[in-house]
Design a protein around this ligand. Structure first.
Ligand code: NAP
Length: 256
């Protein structure tokens, strides 16, 4: 995609090669985007593995980023500012909730677990937008990842359903606010895909089979299909689109 050549992008949320963020970063790199790829730091061994995986895409920068850690986002953006002085694209592919609160009962969700899911999965988009804005003087594109459990009661999604609903609302409010600065904000609602996050959802295979059976295309989607949609939303091919949730789910959402 000629249009993306020479653009700069921060892609967050790479845990391993199955991560949606990894596929997005790979696709953007193929289109000539200069990349900063962020991962959540853990222990030395895991960090080394993740950095090695990310290294395969040859990004300009590999950044540790834990949105719950004070100063982590500021440090990442200070590095971006120093390296590029500008930013065109941000991909927010970050989510987290306690496993027991995904699989338990919504009426049993603790305040702590609720706040954690909202903090990491929804509020972090606002923080990223705030940090990115000063670097997006030429306009920009913010893209996040959501799931249909935001609008439909979905088995074993519970606390994350509320977080994704908040995330999608944040997309609309940020889009209105940043639109005059030519910064577009959109979400991709992906169908279920086997990733590390997905493995935290009880009976995830049932979710996959159900989506396959009920989707218009009678199959599940891949990370690469989500990455293609992200490239579209990052590029000027989508210049008239903001504040939207774009479904990449093989047509599951139109069912019933
Ligand atoms: P993933 O590979 O596990 O990616 C989620 C990422 O979020 C991981 O890199 C994780 O790091 C990171 N993260 C969690 N807490 C963080 C924090 N405090 N600070 C910074 N990063 C943090 O799974 P994925 O499926 O690709 O998820 C990417 C996005 O797609 C998520 O928003 C997810 O809800 C969404 N999505 C996924 C599906 C699906 O079926 N897979 C469907 C629709 C939407 P750690 O691994 O270190 O915790």
């Amino acid at each position: 995609m000629q249009d993306l050549r020479g653009k700069t992008a921060l892609v967050t949320g790479v845990a391993n090669k199955r991560s949606i963020a990894f596929a997005v970063a790979e696709r953007l790199a193929q289109y000539g985007v200069s990349l900063a790829v962020a991962y959540q730091p853990a222990d030395e061994d895991r960090d080394e593995k993740v950095r090695k995986i990310i290294g395969e895409i040859s990004p300009d920068l590999v950044l540790p980023l834990d949105v719950t850690l004070p100063g982590s986002l500021d440090a990442a953006f200070a590095t971006l500012k120093e390296r590029w002085g500008r930013l065109d694209i941000v991909v927010h592919a970050i989510a987290s909730a306690k496993r027991e609160e995904l699989g338990g009962r919504t009426s049993d969700v603790s305040l702590e677990g609720y706040v954690l899911a909202q903090r990491v999965s929804a509020y972090s988009l606002i923080e990223l937008a705030r940090a990115a804005r000063p670097l997006m003087g030429d306009g920009g594109s913010l893209i996040t990842l959501t799931y249909i459990g935001s609008e439909r009661a979905t088995h074993n999604y519970n606390v994350m359903g509320s977080a994704k609903a908040a995330l999608e609302a944040n997309v609309r409010y940020l889009a209105m606010e940043l639109g005059p600065e030519r910064i577009r904000v959109n979400a991709i609602s992906a169908g279920p895909i086997r990733t590390l996050s997905a493995s935290g959802i009880k009976n995830f295979l049932d979710l996959l089979h159900n989506a396959e059976e009920k989707s218009a295309l009678k199959r599940n989607v891949t990370q690469e299909e989500v990455a293609n949609a992200a490239a579209f939303l990052a590029s000027s091919l989508s210049s008239g689109i903001t504040g939207q949730t774009l479904f990449v789910d093989a047509g599951y959402n139109i069912w019933g």
